[in-house]
Design a protein around this ligand. Structure first.
Ligand SMILES: [Zn+2]
Length: 412
């Protein structure tokens, strides 16, 4: 049953991303590119990739499933395995350490107690806020165990004053941080699809994910969200930090093993020069107390990713471009593309609507706007046919040259 569900989920995501890929590349459909390694290797996967037993593209948990992660997206199996083994494992250890110190979890971590009488293997746990060390015979050399027991019996160990040298399986914070960054990367991909995966931002974010070793210096900021301030519906959401304005960046809300917080917020650089500058400022801020205002994107990105109308959603969101403007530009670009750079080829309104993807009445409104701007001519009724005007064609080629949507809006 569970296997069936995973298979269906893979199929659903493959179809969704292959549609989305067509808006951002010259893909003809039914293709998938891994958002992590794809833009570097250029490898393209066909629909067979998600069919067993030799899966090459698989579900990627946004937050490791070993840490209770739920939401998933797709990546190639190679990236999934590599990052899982190298980095995610450390996030799992982080959780174990937290659980051992949490009395409600009844969990423990393995540790070694270093004493003058020898090493003793123990399980360390928090029992009603009292630290408990339980000796594990199987993890202790019999001679050391005997010496320890003798000493304890003769009260030769003064537990009040003894200096205990404890060695335990802590987690590698640098590796765990790459795992958290990986989660943030996957969340951005789930939210914005290939608009994100092919962006400069993704190129910057994937560097530590493709590297063999974690960066030596901290490369991003994350902070705990106090339980009181946490709204459960913001879990697994992407937002934009809107205040203070000089810290404007993207953010991703992820689970945390810390029982004293509701979640953790990973800050992600914004777009363009303004985004870079703000993030440099954020990295310089060493105080971890800062009140941030955040605006979250509406849930369920799958509703957007399959429609051409939302092709520049990330860019528009970052630059505060109203949706109506985004829709109008995208409609013009689609008609331009369908006309093959000509003003003679007629486009049926039905065909336009099918590719564009919004409900009929919205499509109608957008075409009406294009008509009024004199970018198209013709009959915009559902059975109608439209053509690009010279003015529309000039506008479209102008837009195609622009690097981002903000300049595009200024040009109207
Ligand atoms: Zn990959």
């Amino acid at each position: 049953m569970a296997q069936m569900r995973a298979k269906d989920q893979r199929r659903f995501l493959f179809d969704l991303y292959s549609k989305n890929l067509m808006f951002h590349s010259d893909s003809v459909g039914n293709q998938f590119i891994c958002p992590i390694c794809g833009p570097v290797t250029g490898r393209i996967f066909g629909p067979d990739a998600i069919i067993g037993p030799a899966l090459t593209v698989d579900l990627a948990h946004i937050y490791p499933d070993s840490c209770g992660g739920r939401a998933a997206t797709l990546t190639c199996k190679k990236c999934n395995n590599r990052i899982g083994g190298k980095f995610d494992e450390q996030l799992e250890r982080e959780r174990k350490v937290h659980d051992a110190f949490n009395p409600s979890k009844r969990a423990h971590i393995k540790a070694r107690l270093k004493l003058a009488t020898g090493d003793v293997g123990i399980h360390l746990s928090n029992n009603n806020n009292v630290f408990e060390m339980r000796i594990i015979k199987e993890h202790t050399n019999p001679a050391s165990l005997k010496a320890f027991e003798e000493a304890a019996k003769n009260s030769a160990i003064d537990f009040q004053t003894i200096g205990i040298n404890l060695v335990m399986a802590w987690f590698n914070e640098k590796r765990a941080s790459v795992s958290l960054w990986h989660s943030a990367f996957l969340m951005m991909f789930r939210e914005f699809g290939y608009e994100f995966a092919f962006s400069d931002l993704a190129e910057q974010m994937r560097r530590p994910l493709l590297a063999e070793e974690p960066p030596t210096e901290p490369f991003f900021q994350a902070f705990s969200i106090p339980t009181a301030a946490f709204e459960n519906q913001s879990m697994y959401r992407i937002g934009i930090v809107t205040s203070p304005e000089e810290y404007r960046c993207f953010c991703a809300v992820l689970p945390t093993p810390d029982r004293n917080s509701g979640g953790r917020c990973v800050l992600i650089p914004g777009l363009g020069e303004k985004g870079d500058t703000a993030y440099k400022r954020i990295m310089k801020n060493k105080t971890n107390k800062c009140r941030l205002g955040t605006r979250f994107f509406a849930a369920n990105p799958a509703d957007r990713l399959q429609y051409r109308a939302f092709r520049q959603f990330m860019d528009c969101g970052w630059n505060n471009v109203p949706h109506e403007m985004m829709f109008i530009f995208e409609a013009l670009m689609l008609i331009w593309q369908m006309s093959g750079d000509s003003t003679v080829v007629p486009i049926t309104v039905a065909n336009f609507s099918m590719h564009y993807g919004l409900p009929a009445e919205v499509n109608q409104g957008i075409l009406n706007d294009l008509l009024h701007r004199d970018w198209i001519s013709g009959n915009i009724s559902v059975e109608g046919v439209v053509r690009l005007t010279d003015k529309g064609k000039a506008k479209a080629s102008e837009i195609a040259e622009l690097p981002n949507i903000l300049r595009l809006c200024r040009s109207t």
